[in-house]
Write a protein that binds this ligand. Structure first.
Ligand code: SF4
Length: 81
């Protein structure tokens, strides 16, 4: 898939770009643009969202391309005593 980048230059990006729910999971446009720049436009092969969708898993909108869930406690964080 191709789309027009900010400077009008066509770039190759993730085949799921048009239907991806990531924008629904991020309220900050600046944060969305960073994820899109790092994954959707540059390294979509490494996107954990894409990988899980490819195997038929349900992926919530707040599931980030690096495999973290937005709003979830950091890995290794214990709950309680
Ligand atoms: S977040 Fe992942 S699945 Fe969604 S468009 Fe970007 S690279 Fe593709």
């Amino acid at each position: 898939m191709q789309y027009q980048a900010a400077k009008g230059r066509p770039v190759v990006c993730c085949p799921r770009y048009a239907s991806c729910d990531l924008p629904a999971g991020l309220s900050m446009v600046a944060a969305l643009r960073i994820w899109q720049s790092l994954y959707c436009e540059a390294a979509w092969e490494r996107c954990e969202r894409r990988r899980r969708l490819e195997v038929g898993e349900t992926v919530p909108a707040n599931f980030l391309p690096d495999g973290r869930v937005l709003g979830a406690p950091p890995r290794g964080t214990s709950r309680g005593g």
